[in-house]
Design a protein around this ligand. Sequence first.
Ligand SMILES: NC(=O)c1ccc[n+]([C@@H]2O[C@H](COP(=O)([O-])OP(=O)(O)OC[C@H]3O[C@@H](n4cnc5c(N)ncnc54)[C@H](OP(=O)(O)O)[C@@H]3O)[C@@H](O)[C@H]2O)c1
Length: 315
Amino acid sequence: MIVVTGATGGLGSQVLKYLLTLVPPSEITVSLHNPAGLPEHLQASGIHVRRGDYGAPETLDAAFAGADKVLIVSYPSIAHELRVRNHVNAIDAAKRAGVRHVYYTSLAFGYGTKPESCAAVMQAHLDTEAYLKKSGLKYTIIREGIYNESYPLYFGFFDPSKDNEVFVPGDGPIAWACREDLGEATARLLALPPSDSRFDNQTILFSGPQANLLTLAQLSTLISNILGREIKLNIVSIDEYVQKHLDPSGQNVRGTEDFLRKWATTFEAMKRGETAIVDPLLGEIVGRPLKTMEQSLREQLSAHGEGVAIEQYAK
Ligand SMILES: NC(=O)c1ccc[n+]([C@@H]2O[C@H](COP(=O)([O-])OP(=O)(O)OC[C@H]3O[C@@H](n4cnc5c(N)ncnc54)[C@H](OP(=O)(O)O)[C@@H]3O)[C@@H](O)[C@H]2O)c1
């Protein structure tokens, strides 16, 4: 039995979609924060649907019961302690349930000989990785590539409906990867037979391909070409970045000074090359060309859905 958490979300829904092509539905359980959020066709697909709230460990005991493998999709929050606590709850519950192998979706800041990061967003992942490694459980930590779809967060919270310029406190290359490719590769890992031990107790990197290694300056050129108007990238100080994006109403989480100062560390990490590591594994596992950033940008910019997407990533 394979248990997938977060299957109503952007990444988890792709994992589930591909997992259903690889293993019988009767061998898949989804552990959901809000089971009603699962689309009807999936409710009726023959998979098991259980409630599992990272904040309520007793629900995880029931949700993970009988599982051989559990995919823990990271909790969508920038609140460090809450995020780590929720991941610890899930790891502890997997241990109580006798799960054979836990997979954790970490993030692609740093890797290999330089696995650490100065990015605030990475710290909860590093703490979770350390806890999982010490748990005694068999694990695979997947440093999932930075989503093509999340580019507005990095590109000065760009809103194509009104912005002609954006302001960021630094630049550096990112090996962008799309959520569908990441979801498919993650599903393929989950579906491997127990005899395949290549990824046991490993930390792996799913990055985008070399062709997707793009700086924000290069993104501004691509976006300007697609939109047919110049979108100017301004590299500014952290103070100016904070001032530009402050929301005095306090209604917008990413408009608070606390969030903006923390998020500014992302750009320092980019400058240091933490997001520039390209690994061929993602392409090898999906066995087909990966989606380019240009394709994703064309789709997102023609859909005009960015306002919604950015809220999703700023929780
Ligand atoms: N790699 C990247 O570039 C990148 C970019 C942005 C974010 N991320 C992070 O990667 C993770 C997955 O991304 P995503 O795009 O799939 O995020 P997402 O679309 O926000 O999905 C998050 C999932 O977590 C579930 N969830 C929320 N609260 C929960 C709880 N208390 N217990 C259990 N599950 C809970 C949600 O369920 P409900 O829908 O029922 O609430 C949803 O299924 C998130 O942590 C996200 O912050 C990664």
